[in-house]
Structure formats: C-alpha cells, structure tokens
Design a protein around this ligand. Structure first.
Ligand code: HEM
Length: 415
C-alpha cells in the first residue's frame, strides 16, 4: 500500500531549524522510522534525508548535485566561492584528485609526527601556566601544525592573527550580525595572505618541497591545462589549513570523553587498536557537522516521495551517526563498537559519506584521524593535569557545538 511521506504542516521552519539545531532532522525523519521527510525552509519545500539509505541517495551523483546547494553566507565565510565544495562532474573529480594526491602514507606519517612534536612543545609551555584552555591552545597548535605540513611559512608574530582568522571562518558562517561580518573579513584577509604566497611560489621566490599543499595548489592545472587563478589556488589551500585547525573541536570533545569515561584513558594510552576505536567514537558521538545540502538533478520518486528538479535536500549527518538502526545504544560512548565495524560508506559520516573520488566525501578524513590519534595518545600517555570545576557541557542547539568552558586544565605536567 502506498504510504504518504509525512511533512511539516507549518509554513516555514527556518527558525525552528536553528532552535532544534542538531536534532532538527532526526526529530522529524527518525521519529517516524523513515528515511525521508518534507519540511519548508525559507519558503521552499526541502527534503530531509537520514540514515544509511538516505545517505546513499544523497551521495548518488546521478540524482544530486552541489552547484547552488550552499548558501552565499557559507561560501563567503567557511568554504570560499567557486571552490571544490560547489563543483560537480569531471571538473570536481579532477579537483578532488589534487586533494587526494596530498594524502600519501608518507605525508600522513609526517603529519602524525609533526602533531606530536607540537604537542611536546605546547605541553612544555603549559607546565608554567596557571590555567590552560585546551580549545584555545589546540587551535594555535593545529595552526602551526597545518602550516608546517602544508609548506606555508608562518612568522612567529603572525601566529595569533592567523589562528584567530582561521577560527573566525569556521565559527562565523552560522552567526548573525557583527560576528558574521568579522568572519567574512577573516576570509578576505586569509585569502589575500595565501594568494601572495601562491604568487611567490610561481615566481620561484619560495623554495618548497613537491607534495606539500602549497606547492601542489600553486602548480595545479585544470582540465584545460590552465593554472588555477592565484585566488582560487589560495581558496583551495585554505580548504586544507582551515579544517586542520577545526580538528581542535573534536580534540576538545575527546578531552571531555577522557574525563567523563575515565576507564578509556589507560587503553587509549597503551593500545593502538583501542586508540583508533576511541577516535572513531569521538567523531561519531559528539556533534560537529549537523547536516549537508545538495540539489536534485531531475524529477524522480524515491520511497514514495517525489523529488523535484532543483529542490534542496539535506542529509542528517549528526542523526545518521546516532541512528539506532545502525548503532546499538547510539547515545552511549562505546569505542568497542568499532571492533566489529565493517567500515560502511554510509553509516559513519561525520565528514561525509560515499566514495572519496566520486563524490564530496571529505578528503581530510585520514589527516583528521592521524591528528586526533597523535593527540589523544599524547594526552593519555604523557600529560598529567587537574580538571577544575567548570561547565564543559555542550549544546545540541548551538551549531557548531563545543564544550562550553573549552576544557580547562590546571597543574599540567608531562611524564
Ligand atoms: C569536505 C568535515 C577535516 C578538507 C568535508 C565535508 C565534511 C567535512 C562534512 C563535506 C562532505 C560532503 O559535502 O559530502 C570535516 C571535519 C573535519 C574535516 C568535521 C575535521 C575537523 C578536513 C581536513 C581537510 C579537509 C583535515 C584537509 C586536509 C576537505 C575538503 C572537502 C571537505 C577539501 C571538500 C571535498 C569535496 O567537495 O569533494 N569535510 N572535514 N577536511 N573536507 Fe573536510
């Protein structure tokens, strides 16, 4: 018997989307035990997808495209205009290869080692500090790591400003008013900074190793054999550095996990498999990316729902990572669940799903795993600290979310 796909009866749910935050889509789709649901946002009919089947449809490039799916305010802050996130088809696949080419086993190993080296430096500094706010410190730690890894020269006096601008780009896209405007300015400053470096590389004024992101972006040629416009190359290089700094959010959540689930700490310190499972569980359990958008290529019907050409579709990232149809006790933090995990393309999707080369799945998933594992291992093995009274709870309504106190540590020592 044909069943009608349920929909919101209210005229517009844009405000409710912000009020419900990470729970907006799961509340609608999963509460009805479905994969698709219709709502209205900014006056338009929007299809909400959730779960493994929903993710599989979302990543079907024959049915969905990205051009036009991202609001201007996100492009002018977080991603940059006309970059890989907005591309489709052959042009996208070619650009994606550029990013994937940076992720060699040697480069990833190098990233892990760099991360540990910076942890050693920072932990040394923290020993003399009265109070350490982990989120603030790791943003700078990762800014240094990211620039080093990408071949981007960073003067000591530039570090605070660059760290601040990269963070503003990450946090300002969902903000309104002055915070959003500051985020746009931070993007402009950052693009200019990197564009100048791209020009220097092309003029032979910077000595660089092949394989670093700066070298590869500066020398990349598009499908027509043309070098990228210097600004475009800068935007794509920022698509490497900025998200590396954003890993500080997962890192801070991981510190909360080590505190809230203390039985995990000795295993994180001593067992490499467990360390990997813990890291995956941090990416699954804690809220980061709430949802992603795509547009429908042509009319089609799926699970009795009629998708219309150009309609906006959102995939529920947070909800799929907490879908009880995929994860047993999804709201329990349980690294062991990854012992038997078979690595599906559409179940664990904190950084998108599907195939890296064919679709938009995050090419930075491996770097993220390397940085997080190096960090959690260092924290559990070498860092001793007291956690004073503070509010490190986090909200599922504020996007992107973060432990409120930023995770404060005191009396930090290294062993
Ligand atoms: C795409 C999340 C780290 C580079 C994405 C997407 C998500 C995501 C959700 C979109 C997937 C889609 O549209 O289907 C994250 C998170 C990170 C992270 C939560 C960790 C904090 C990184 C890192 C890099 C990176 C470390 C680079 C070294 C990119 C790029 C894209 C992307 C270039 C666009 C891919 C495309 O459009 O084909 N990321 N990412 N990300 N990410 Fe990440």
């Amino acid at each position: 018997m044909a069943m009608k796909v349920p929909k919101d009866r209210t005229l517009d749910n844009t405000l409710i989307l912000f009020k419900d935050g990470y729970e907006f889509i799961p509340k609608r789709v999963q509460n009805h035990h479905l994969d698709v649901y219709e709502t209205r946002l900014l006056g338009q009919k929007v299809a909400l997808l959730s779960g493994e089947k929903g993710a599989e449809l979302f990543y079907d490039t024959k049915r969905m495209n990205r051009n036009g799916a991202l609001p201007k305010r996100v492009l002018k802050t977080l991603f940059g205009e006309n970059a890989i996130q907005t591309m489709d088809g052959e042009a996208h696949a070619h650009r994606k290869l550029l990013f994937m080419s940076l992720m060699t086993p040697e480069a990833l190993e190098n990233l892990r080692e760099l991360t540990t080296t910076y942890w050693e430096q920072f932990a040394g500094k923290w020993q003399g500090m009265k109070k350490v706010v982990l989120y603030d410190e790791t943003r700078e730690l990762l800014c240094r790591t990211a620039c080093d890894w990408a071949g981007v020269p960073l003067l000591e006096k530039e570090v605070p400003k660059r760290t601040e601008d990269l963070s503003k780009m990450i946090d300002g896209f969902s903000a309104v008013g002055p915070k959003h405007i500051e985020s746009r300015r931070a993007r402009k400053r950052s693009e200019k900074w990197i564009e100048n470096l791209i020009i220097k590389v092309r003029e032979g004024k910077l000595d660089l190793q092949e394989g670093t992101a700066l070298y590869e972006m500066a020398n990349h040629r598009d499908l027509k054999g043309k070098q990228l416009d210097a600004r475009m190359a800068a935007i794509e290089l920022l698509n490497v550095i900025r998200p590396l700094v954003a890993i500080s959010k997962f890192l801070t959540f991981g510190a909360v996990a080590l505190e809230d689930f203390p039985h995990t700490k000795p295993q994180v310190a001593g067992d490499d498999d467990y360390l990997f499972h813990f890291t995956q569980e941090v990416r699954r359990y804690y809220p980061f990316v709430p949802y992603l958008g795509a547009c429908v290529n042509h009319d089609f019907t799926w699970q009795q729902y009629s998708f219309k050409k150009d309609q906006l579709v959102l995939i529920d990232v947070y909800g799929t990572n907490h879908d009880p149809r995929i994860w047993e006790d999804p709201d329990t933090f349980k690294p062991e669940r990854f012992q038997d995990w078979e690595g599906g393309l559409f179940d664990l999707i904190p950084q998108g799903g599907g195939d890296y080369y064919k679709g938009h799945r995050c090419p930075g998933e491996w770097p993220t795993l390397e940085v997080l594992q190096a960090s959690f291992q260092f924290m559990a093995r070498h860092l001793q600290y007291k956690v004073p009274k503070q509010d490190y709870s986090y909200s599922l309504r504020k996007m992107p979310s973060l432990p409120k106190s930023g995770f404060i540590m005191k009396e930090v020592t290294m062993r």
